[in-house]
Ligand binder design. Structure first.
Ligand code: PGA
Length: 238
């Protein structure tokens, strides 16, 4: 399965950040093309410019969230169709920051994932347990429940990102065995077709070890995707 390395820029990046993508593409070009699909999910304000400026340059773009409806009276929201119109190919849905900050339930995440598919995007559906849930021995049950509730009913094309909440932006990562166990559980739940990414404090120093784990088909990278050198090193590790 061809790995997918996706960068989640979160609420970071002004026009000046386009030069960082230019640098990334420079770092990735050369005789040995990377052996994976590389995606950047910039803020929605940069999506159109990114996808026009870097069309065909070997990096795809995605949104970080979408509304479930095609259009309508939803002030401040962006639909999956709008993201696709701006050149997106992917959309992250159900990121733990959205689940926590906006109370997004599995049912909402599922509708957003379906909306992404409707617009021709591949949804990257995020799941993951909190620190308290892991300590209580509930990590597997929580992730199984999120998978059951968040994946579109008809299946279709999607990517899962397993992101333990306590590993996001903290520098902490699960042990390799814990990652392997959770990815095996997810593989069992979603079947053979979907790519399963690991996310949470992926950086150049740990990427190779994580990407080597069975059923880890790539990474969702936050902080380290903002720096061209770090993100290029992670892409090269895949
Ligand atoms: P991080 O974020 O790599 O900065 O931990 C990952 C994410 O939130 O997708």
């Amino acid at each position: 399965m061809r790995p997918l390395i996706a960068g989640n820029w979160k609420m970071n990046g002004l026009s000046s950040a386009l030069s960082e993508i230019e640098r990334l593409i420079g770092l990735l070009s050369g005789p040995a093309a990377p052996n994976c699909d590389a995606v950047i999910c910039p803020p929605a304000t940069l999506l159109d410019r990114c996808s026009s400026k870097f069309a065909g340059a070997g990096v795809s773009f995605g949104g970080q969230d979408c509304h479930a409806a095609v259009s309508g009276a939803h002030t401040g929201d962006v639909s999956a169709e709008m993201l696709a119109d701006a050149g997106a190919r992917f959309v992250i849905v159900g990121h733990s920051e959205r689940r926590a900050d906006y109370g997004e339930s599995d049912a909402i995440v599922r509708r957003k994932a379906s909306a992404g598919q409707r617009a021709g995007l591949t949804p990257i559906i995020c799941v993951g347990e909190t620190e308290a849930e892991r300590r209580a021995g509930k990590a597997e049950a929580v992730v199984s429940g999120q998978l059951a509730g968040s994946i579109p009913p008809g299946g279709g094309s999607f990517v899962i990102a397993y992101e333990p909440v306590w590993a996001i932006g903290t520098g902490l990562t699960p042990t390799i065995d814990d990652i392997a166990d959770m990815h095996a559980l997810i593989r069992h739940a979603v079947g053979l077709d979907a790519r399963i990414l690991y996310g949470g404090s992926v950086k150049p120093s740990n990427a190779a070890d994580i990407l080597r784990v069975h059923h880890v088909n790539g990474a969702l990278v936050g902080g380290a995707s903002l720096k061209a050198d770090d993100f290029a090193a992670i892409i090269r590790a895949a």
